[in-house]
Design a protein around this ligand. Structure first.
Ligand SMILES: Cc1ncc(C[n+]2csc(CCOP(=O)(O)OP(=O)(O)O)c2C)c(N)n1
Length: 667
């Protein structure tokens, strides 16, 4: 709607303690996104931009909050918060380039609209899935709390997304951990076409604060001075007394969910009612009434903004379309990491896999003072497998954090910690439970570096695997879910020595690593392991046996099945333990295949869509002329993993492996 209409003021503007300069500046700050939007709507009609999510009518919230936040305090906006970006004074041509997918934007054309962040302006934009923003804010705030820097983090959501589990989880975590996050709900009446009555069943969303044990307030989201004054007080107090606060802003979405979808489902009376409460027109009227805005100053201000917009647009439109190469695209999936070898010391002790992981973890946390480990029951209790036993004594409760049962919020928080310069290690109680945190791993953590150059310094430890009679939900080895997703490294050691050194590297590496730990090997496999800190490179397989007749390629428990077999059978085989699945050591694989001409790939997980299939395809493509037999894959059955011992033995490929190997040798 136009700002030129002159409604009667609907608001009680309290300007006490605010000087004229600030009052006019708040007006200018609201006007700017409004005028950008008005221009965008024209460009949209002309087909010059693709999609537009409008924040018209909601400007007072973005502007009020951003004006209160200090420049080095993080803000996590959503899709209707253009005012956050403009108030942080991002040059307009960069914003316009971002929306046009051009190089001067923030994502090298890789993501659209407001789906980007920038460390330069301390803004962390959303992922489409909305809810993980709250958990990311938790992580950033945890980083601030640990740094004791008295900074507040502000995060936005619409009322629709408050129905997401991520939001509930993150609010609960913030409350339990007392994190200084300002949670801002913009209740604008509709989530796409869904009215609030179909979204939640309490009177006010702020009422939920009580349930979370969190201070909560309801604010008039269309009254800039109410937003500014109340948020100023609250944020100043949060800086001194760190705590989470939930704010519900009552406002209205004046345009469609996005421009193309319209507002047919919104009753006209509602539109009229809220049009009269326009935050800019009302405030302009107030400023005129108190004599600090007149037609002339208003026109000067509008002209200046109009010029700024058209200059920005000229620059953005003049910019070439983005171009790239396959290798440039691939290179940006991960942050560059130069492996630093730390050689093992000569003193060793004979320890189990589980001890080696615990030791590696502890020595890494000693080395990286900015590291935090989070997980269920990992503090005093030491974790269900006791890997973090004694960690509280070594590092304190701040860095060794028991979490509520909420994988999604914790993985989003891990992302937030990384954004704030920390290293996050997350222990899944069982690797199976990662499904409850799948979204932040796949969509946030894995894609962030490629999208906006923000690495995710996160290691997720995954106790996994069958053979322990634990049934369908405590036995899976789900590495293939992650090797499929670009942006994640996947490590899967089979021995104590490897586990310790690879875990150290995984924690050094600023990229996200899924670190698989086989439960059936935890206490069964022992080895001499150097007592001090050392590293091993990711992406290097180890050749455990050398022979000429067949290459057996495997990892995890499969390595030990193969070793057991080779111990008693007189087979001349290369046995390759992959150790890391991403990056994958294709060089070692191809060299072995070219020597033996026969390959068996053994995996514990069910067959279809697994690692074995991909390695098989790669061998066909790269070593076809060297093959003397079809590549053989051996894997778990295509069933969930059963509980009863005999059934589990049927599921696992250990016996099928022996037969398949004999068949292959006889081919
Ligand atoms: C997990 C997920 N489900 C559905 C969507 C599609 N979607 C995007 S925004 C939106 C409505 C959000 O409503 P609300 O949180 O109230 O914010 P508003 O758009 O009203 O500002 C929906 C359904 C999505 N992006 N992510």
């Amino acid at each position: 709607m136009s700002t030129k209409t002159k409604p009667k003021s609907h608001f009680d503007y309290n300007r006490e303690g605010l000087d004229d300069e600030l009052l006019i500046e708040l007006y200018r700050r609201m006007l700017k996104p409004r005028m950008i939007e008005e221009k965008m709507l024209i460009l949209l009609r002309q087909g010059k931009i693709s999609k537009w999510f409008s924040g018209i009518g909601q400007e007072a919230i973005s502007i009020g909050i951003t004006s209160v936040m200090e420049k080095d305090e993080y803000i996590l906006p959503m899709h209707r918060n253009l005012g956050v970006f403009t108030t942080r004074e991002i040059p307009l041509h960069r914003l316009f380039s971002q929306w046009q997918g051009k190089a001067s934007g923030f994502t090298k054309g890789r993501d659209r609209s407001f789906h980007f962040g920038t460390q330069e302006f301390k803004i962390v934009g959303m992922i489409s899935h909305l809810g993980p923003q709250f958990g990311a804010a938790d992580g950033i705030a945890l980083g601030n709390l640990l740094k004791k820097n008295n900074k507040v983090t502000a995060v936005f959501t619409g009322e629709g997304a408050t129905s997401e589990g991520d939001i509930h989880e993150a609010l609960n975590v913030a409350s339990v951990w007392n994190l200084p996050v300002l949670f801002c709900i913009e209740n604008n009446g509709y989530g796409l076409s869904t009215p609030t009555s179909e979204q939640y069943n309490c009177e006010h969303l702020a009422d939920r604060g009580k349930g979370y044990g969190m201070e909560a307030h309801i604010l008039d989201g269309n009254n800039i001075l109410e937003v500014y004054n109340k948020v100023s007080q609250i944020v100043a107090d949060m800086r001194m007394n760190p705590r989470p606060v939930l704010l519900e802003f009552k406002t209205f979405r004046m345009r469609g969910h996005e421009e193309a979808s319209g507002t047919k489902y919104v009753p006209q009376e509602l539109m009229d009612e809220w049009a009269a409460k326009d935050p800019i027109a009302n405030y302009a009227e107030f400023l005129r009434n108190v004599g600090i805005l007149n037609e002339e100053t208003n026109a000067i201000m509008r002209d200046a903004i109009r010029d700024e917009i058209s200059n920005g647009l000229d620059l953005a439109f003049a910019e070439q379309d983005i171009s790239s190469t396959e290798s440039e695209e691939l290179d940006d999936v991960f942050k560059e990491f130069v492996y630093q070898e730390v050689k093992p010391n000569s003193e060793t002790e004979n320890i189990r896999l589980i001890d080696a992981i615990s030791q590696g973890l502890k020595q890494s946390m000693e080395r990286h003072e900015n590291s935090v480990i989070m997980g269920q029951d990992i503090a005093e209790y030491g974790g269900v497998f006791k890997i973090t036993e004694g960690f509280i004594e070594a590092f304190g409760r701040e860095r060794v954090r028991n979490t509520p049962i909420c994988e999604s919020a914790i993985l989003s928080a891990a992302m937030g910690l990384s954004i704030n310069g920390m290293k996050a290690i997350v222990e899944m109680q069982f690797g199976d439970f990662v499904t409850s945190g799948f979204n932040p791993i796949i969509n946030y953590i894995a894609k962030s570096h490629y999208r906006w150059n923000q690495h995710a310094d996160v290691v997720v430890r995954m106790p996994c695997g069958a053979g322990v009679g634990a049934g369908p939900f405590h036995s899976q080895t789900n590495e293939a879910w992650f090797t499929h997703t670009p942006g994640l490294k996947v490590v899967y050691p089979a021995f104590p020595f490897d586990a310790k050194g690879l875990l150290a590297t995984a924690i050094e590496d600023p990229n996200p690593v899924l670190f698989f730990e086989h439960k059936a090997l935890y206490r069964r496999i022992r080895q001499e392991v150097p007592t001090e800190y050392y590293t091993l490179p990711l992406g290097k397989a180890s050749v455990l046996r050398e022979g000429n007749d067949v290459s057996i390629i495997t990892y995890g428990a499969g390595v030990h099945w193969a070793l057991d077999l080779l111990e008693f059978d007189d087979i001349s085989a290369d046995l390759i333990d992959l150790r890391t699945l991403c990056p994958l050591d294709t060089e070692t694989i191809y060299a072995s295949v070219k020597k033996t001409g026969k390959v068996l790939i053994l995996q514990e997980d069910s067959m279809f869509g697994g690692i074995a299939s991909d390695i098989s395809a790669m061998i066909m493509e790269n070593c076809f002329e060297y093959l003397d037999a079809p590549v053989k894959r051996v894997a778990g059955l295509e069933t969930p993993i059963p509980f009863a011992h005999n059934l589990e033995a049927l599921y696992l490929p250990k016996e099928r492996f022996k037969t398949a190997l004999q068949e292959l040798l006889a081919y």
